[in-house]
Design a protein around this ligand. Structure first.
Ligand SMILES: *[C@@H]1O[C@H](CO)[C@@H](O)[C@H](O)[C@H]1NC(C)=O
Ligand SMILES: *[C@@H]1O[C@H](CO)[C@@H](O)[C@H](O)[C@H]1NC(C)=O
Ligand SMILES: *[C@@H]1O[C@H](CO)[C@@H](O)[C@H](O)[C@H]1NC(C)=O
Length: 252
């Protein structure tokens, strides 16, 4: 009986030693710098909120040393939506009142794990930002801003794994960039409530992605070419190869 008690005590002691070793290792790694934190702080400094300074919500990016913690998978900063293995995977800066031009995305290029970026619901103006520095993005959300002008046809050429794209509720004009179709992985595209015109790129239709283009056809004559026919849609249109023929009518 007594032997068993001592045995148990021995195991507890061993466990305590192990815990001390683990804690020491953890605090040693906590003292190392985080290059991703440095990158994100430079990005923060490039952002402008309503008062002209970076939005105050992001002050925490300066005071808290690590964007990811708790074994590397728990986001520690506001606006960091997801982490994996100590790397930032998703940044969500939605509705922070960001103003001025869209930020320079080259700053984020060192974030090798970044797959999702949202700047939706802000007050960004000016041109579509160059997304080519972030070729690994799977999701990109810019909806509900005041961005305008034409998007270069090759804007998405570098983004081979893009799956979700939301540019709705801006003031983009001109043709839908054909490079949207080159990723081959696009699942959801929302271009509603812009001022796109011209044909829907052929490749985008063949991809069979869900393409949401509410408002676009009525405003500026966006159309779909199928064989020799030109087709427009009535009001709501969810465009997908399966649904295509349910929604289109022939243009006069
Ligand atoms: C965007 O900025 C304009 C001009 O400063 C302002 O009137 C408007 O309320 C802002 N919109 C949002 C969503 O912050
Ligand atoms: C697409 O964007 C419009 C405008 O923001 C929105 O009303 C609609 O719900 C969006 N569609 C999807 C499927 O997200
Ligand atoms: C978009 O088209 C509508 C209808 O033609 C027009 O009133 C509006 O000014 C256009 N907006 C832009 C940003 O071109």
């Amino acid at each position: 009986m007594a032997g068993e008690v001592y045995g148990g005590g021995g195991r507890v002691l061993l466990a305590k030693v192990a815990l001390v070793v683990l804690t020491t290792a953890a605090s040693a790694s906590a003292q190392t710098r985080s290059p991703e934190a440095d990158t994100l702080r430079v990005f923060r400094n490039s952002l402008r909120g309503p008062g002209g300074d970076p939005p105050r919500w992001l002050n925490q990016w300066v005071t808290n040393p690590f964007p990811c913690g708790g074994g590397g998978d728990a986001p520690q900063w506001i606006g960091i939506r997801r982490c994996a293995g100590g790397h930032v995977v998703a940044i969500d800066l939605e509705g922070l009142g960001l103003e001025g031009a869209a930020p320079d995305l080259r700053i984020l290029a060192p974030l090798q794990g970044l797959r999702s970026l949202s700047l939706a619901g802000n007050n960004l103006t000016g041109a579509f930002p160059d997304v080519s520095p972030l070729p690994a993005l799977k999701s990109f959300f810019l909806a509900r801003n005041s961005l305008s002008g034409e998007i270069p046809d090759g804007a998405f050429a570098a983004l081979r794994g893009l799956q979700k794209l939301d540019l709705s509720d801006n003031a983009f004009t001109g043709r839908i960039p054909s490079s949207m179709a080159t990723s081959g992985r696009l699942i959801d595209v929302n271009l509603s409530n812009n001022n796109f015109s011209g044909p829907v790129p052929d490749g985008l239709l063949r991809l069979g992605a869900n393409l949401h283009v509410q408002g676009e056809f009525a405003r500026h004559g966006l159309y779909v070419e199928l064989g020799k026919g030109k087709y427009a849609a009535k009001s709501k249109c969810l465009m997908n190869l399966l649904y295509l023929f349910c929604y289109w009518y022939i243009l006069p």
